[in-house]
Design a protein. Structure first.
Length: 211
């Protein structure tokens, strides 16, 4: 009985809805970045920022699949009206960066990648839009690194820089091309490598078609 009550309370705030503007996003969750309950990765995701789940900013978590890499694909609901007004009408890549950061707000590291349903759901991709805090000439540094599975960034081109600070950061989106195709699971692990031991998630990635 003692174990049932917390689960019931969690399901209440995970699925609760109030009046608001709701939409769905997909989240890739890397279980290697922290201790994930394999039987309920949604609960593990909520523990990265319990306050926002309790308040209903995030809700309705559903497990869609688990890759061979171990990474889970989850579908969650965002209450758009519960975001700060200055975050509600950002360009798409900056908006997704905000959501990815907020999902990890109470944690050190970056355990997730956030995107919209239906956007290039292919198994592998070679190009992506990478969004993170804009500081100096970062492309040369990215191209000099070697990531898990031998992945390298061959091309890095600045696409857009925020006109004002977002979550106290000036952020930018880059078009990057990898040395070989990667899965979404590989991508979220790459974000974790890039973020290192810094607080909160500072990166997000949106796959692009290989054309």
């Amino acid at each position: 009985m003692n174990n049932i009550l917390p689960l019931l309370l969690f399901n209440l705030f995970r699925t609760a809805k109030s009046s608001g503007d709701f939409h769905s996003i997909y989240v890739q969750l890397d279980p290697e970045r922290f201790s994930v309950d394999q039987s309920d990765p949604c609960k593990s995701l909520s523990e990265l920022n319990e306050e926002y789940w309790r308040r209903g900013r995030f809700s309705n978590c559903e497990v869609l699949e688990q890759e061979e890499t171990g990474v889970f694909t989850l579908k969650i609901t965002v209450d758009h009206d519960k975001l700060r007004p200055e975050h509600r009408h950002l360009p798409r890549d900056f908006y997704l960066w905000v959501l990815n950061r907020q999902l990890n707000l109470q944690e050190i590291g970056c355990a997730t990648l956030t995107g919209y349903p239906g956007e290039n759901r292919g198994v592998h991709f070679e190009r992506a839009k990478l969004t993170f805090p804009a500081k100096g000439c970062i492309c040369d540094k990215l191209k000099s690194q070697k990531f898990e599975n031998g992945v390298r960034i061959k091309k890095c081109l600045l696409l857009e820089t925020s006109t004002g600070s977002i979550h106290t950061e000036y952020i930018a989106t880059y078009d990057v091309k990898f040395s070989h195709p990667v899965s979404r699971g590989d991508a979220v692990k790459l974000l974790g490598e890039l973020n290192g031991g810094r607080k909160r998630c500072r990166f997000n990635m949106v796959p692009l078609s290989n054309d």
